[in-house]
Design a protein around this ligand. Structure first.
Ligand code: ADP
Ligand code: MG
Length: 697
């Protein structure tokens, strides 16, 4: 039967109804799907070893001649074995096959085979157990590089390999998706070559060429899509806010702004007083003073007679922002509101009405703000704080809340303390302009960070006492709420390591170590009211030691806190630790961060030492990126971008740049990709963004 790109897999030999269903789970229903189902990894079976130079304990291919007749033994019911001796370069290799009686028939005396398995040396004999083998003149799974695919129950890698092999001749019919000039400019392989060599590479060099071409393609489509999005935005106009004298705002501040804050405020002023709508990302390390910048933007909007909204990821943070901004803006006549999920239905209703009637100028809230029940009278500015917690889609939903009768889109300001390396940010937030607050307010003493083992726990308790005696306050962060709860921390390791839990640990501390200190705890499962009370008392200095989960991670501000202890530090990611550490060192006191860990794992120690050695969030996040690899860095697709099949948004930095340049240059000649030659690109963009229709299409 002739196979075409559109042939259903059901028509492939070896695929029945059952298998077809399972393949569908992997998104595979047609021949072309197989071709686009790229391997996760490869197994190098290309090198043939001699027994004498084969690395022991690793899977290798050995070419050998069958030296005697296979011997079959039945050990007991359900367990039999076949033993056979083969010879490679005059050295014997003793093979054992368990429960593979048919091997006795398929290995023929005097014939040559390639055996693929782990070579062991025991009692000065080379042995191999359950190898894969093929006749030397008829190989397809040995002597070459084998792809490893993502699998599902009932579908083995071997089976998928066979299917892909079967489909591979159709690679010649794949339409070329990259414009010829782009391919030539960036020396990219043709689609057929790329397809063949991403699956069954002739060599690792060929695989690299294939990978480069296919990754480029994805990054190119991504960049093109984001550039089109950005281009479309520049056509929509934003609310023209009236320029206000900046001095008036600055006079509200209890301190002079840093140069970096001033610069970013200038940039914002430029944006919102122009005709275009602002779409700006403000990146600034923890403690760099982003709130002031947000307040400035909101002040501008409200002074111009419009409404502003500030969206934050947690209630605690919303409440704190509400407090501090209410103070800051108290003399301006701007009416503030707080909208969180925990308001009583009646209060929520009241607030919603006030927003819709325009009786509130500036609302601060959690994702409750994007509920369909919330509408505004004249929303002109949206600020999303701690952007890494929100996706592109959520931002867009809030932006969609601007009054329908107005053809204008609200200005959007996104603030993030997750300092993504700048080049990466340009691409991940390709639809945003970027400002960086690269300066901390003066007078901050750097936080001293130490990695400390269990043996020093008692000393650490002594240090807590000393800090409290000096009038300071202490955070203790634990990875979980209750004992034995499976932690969702990304770096949770073996269950054998005891994990400190907030509730029990705070009791232990109170009863066994610090009966005289005021100890409280805080975690995400508590009622919002309770949480607020605790945070409030801590901020008021009524609590000496606060034992908490990472709910304090974002944004809360208690300048008197000078010590943060992080229990089971190995459970957290570097950027998260850095963020947590930013809870201290916010006042004039010398501050400390102690990373407690009982593991001696060298990877963990390397990670923690990076943190101890640097307070520069950008440096730390770059290191984090290197260590954690691409997938983990952003968490569960928090960036809201489409899923890449092959391209690595964090590793292929140069390629990313090239793809972005290529996409921009193509779009500068054909902004809507309407020329027939560019149709494959438009289709590629549509396909890539198909899962995120709210931002594209
Ligand atoms: P971020 O949100 O960037 O982590 P915040 O906006 O919470 O930081 O500011 C951290 C602390 O620094 C707050 O206590 C804030 O009042 C203070 N702060 C902000 N800007 C300045 C400044 N220019 N000078 C002194 N203190 C500042
Ligand atoms: Mg903040």
């Amino acid at each position: 039967m002739d196979i075409t790109l559109q042939t259903p897999l059901l028509e492939f030999s070896g695929v029945g109804e059952v298998k077809a269903k399972k393949l569908e789970k992997l998104g595979l229903s047609k021949c072309v799907d197989l071709l686009k189902y790229y391997p996760r990894d490869y197994e190098d079976r290309s090198k043939l070893y001699n027994l004498t130079d084969a690395p022991l304990g690793e899977k290798v291919c050995i070419c050998a001649t069958v030296a005697d007749r296979p011997v079959y033994t039945m050990l007991r019911k359900g367990l039999d074995l076949v033993k056979v001796t083969v010879i490679n370069e005059n050295i014997r290799l003793y093979l054992t096959f368990f429960n593979q009686y048919y091997v006795a028939q398929s290995l023929h005396l005097g014939q040559d085979y390639i055996f693929y398995g782990v070579v062991d040396l025991s009692n000065s004999r080379f042995t191999m157990t359950n190898p894969i083998f093929e006749p030397v003149h008829k190989t397809s799974f040995t002597g070459c590089i084998i792809p490893k695919y993502a699998l599902t129950a009932g579908i083995t890698n071997h089976f998928l390999c066979s299917l892909v092999r079967h489909a591979l001749p159709c690679a010649k019919d794949l339409p070329e998706t990259l414009p010829r000039q782009v391919r030539l400019d960036h020396q990219l392989a043709q689609i057929e070559f790329a397809c063949r060599n991403i699956h069954f590479p002739e060599s690792f060099e060929a695989m690299e060429l294939a990978r480069r071409r296919l990754s480029f393609e994805e990054l190119f489509f991504l960049s093109a899509g984001l550039t089109m999005l950005k281009g479309r935005r520049t056509e929509t106009s934003g609310y023209p806010l009236s320029p206000q004298p900046m001095e008036e705002f600055l006079s509200l501040l209890p301190f002079p702004p840093t140069d970096a804050q001033l610069r970013v405020m200038e940039e914002i002023l430029q944006d919102v007083t122009s005709k275009k709508s602002m779409n700006r990302l403000v990146q600034g390390d923890v403690g760099s003073g982003k709130t002031v910048v947000a307040a400035f933007a909101a002040w501008l909007a409200c002074k111009s007679g419009f409404q502003a909204a500030l969206m934050v990821p947690t209630e605690v943070l919303a409440e704190q922002h509400f407090q501090s901004l209410s103070n800051l803006l108290s003399t301006t006549g701007i009416r503030l509101g707080l909208l969180t999920g925990s308001l009583t239905p009646a209060n929520k209703k009241k607030l919603q009405t006030a927003l819709a009637n325009g009786e509130i100028d500036f609302v601060i809230g959690t994702h409750a703000l994007i509920s369909p029940k919330v509408s505004f009278q004249r929303l002109a500015l949206i600020v999303a704080d701690e952007q890494h917690r929100f996706g592109v889609a959520q931002r867009a939903t809030l932006a969609g809340k601007a009054s329908n009768t107005e053809p204008l889109s609200p200005h959007v300001l996104v603030m993030s303390a997750t300092p993504i390396p700048r080049t990466l940010a340009l691409i991940v937030y390709g639809d945003l302009d970027i400002s960086v607050i690269d300066q901390l307010p003066p007078g901050r003493t750097p936080i001293s960070t130490y990695v400390v083992g269990e043996d020093k726990r008692v000393r650490m308790y002594g240090f807590i006492r000393k800090q409290v005696q000096e009038g300071r306050q202490v955070y203790i962060i634990c990875p979980s709420v209750e004992e034995q709860e499976p932690s969702s921390a990304p770096f949770a390791q073996s269950a054998s390591v005891e994990r400190k839990a907030v509730t029990t640990f705070s009791t232990t501390l109170q009863t066994e170590w610090f009966p005289d200190l005021r100890i409280s705890y805080l975690h995400g499962k508590m009622k919002p009211k309770e949480k607020e009370q605790i945070m409030h008392s801590f901020a008021m200095g009524e609590i000496d030691v606060l034992v908490s989960t990472t709910v304090v991670e974002v944004g809360v501000d208690v300048p008197n806190a000078s010590l943060i202890i992080i229990e089971n530090a190995e459970c957290f990611g570097l950027s998260q630790l850095h963020q947590l550490r930013g809870r201290v060192g916010r006042g004039q006191y010398a501050s400390y961060c102690i990373l407690m860990t009982s593991t001696r794992n060298s990877d963990t120690m390397t990670r923690l030492k990076i943190l101890a050695g640097s307070t520069d969030g950008f440096h730390i996040s770059e290191e984090d990126l290197k260590l954690r690899g691409p997938g983990d860095f952003f968490g569960q697709r928090q960036h809201g971008l489409p899923q890449m099949a092959l391209a690595d948004l964090t590793g292929d930095m140069r390629l990313l740049r090239q793809a972005q340049d290529a996409a921009r240059s193509l779009l500068s000649t054909d902004p809507s990709l309407s020329q027939p030659d560019n149709l494959p690109v438009l289709q590629g963009v549509r396909r890539l963004f198909a899962d995120t229709p709210d931002i594209f299409n």
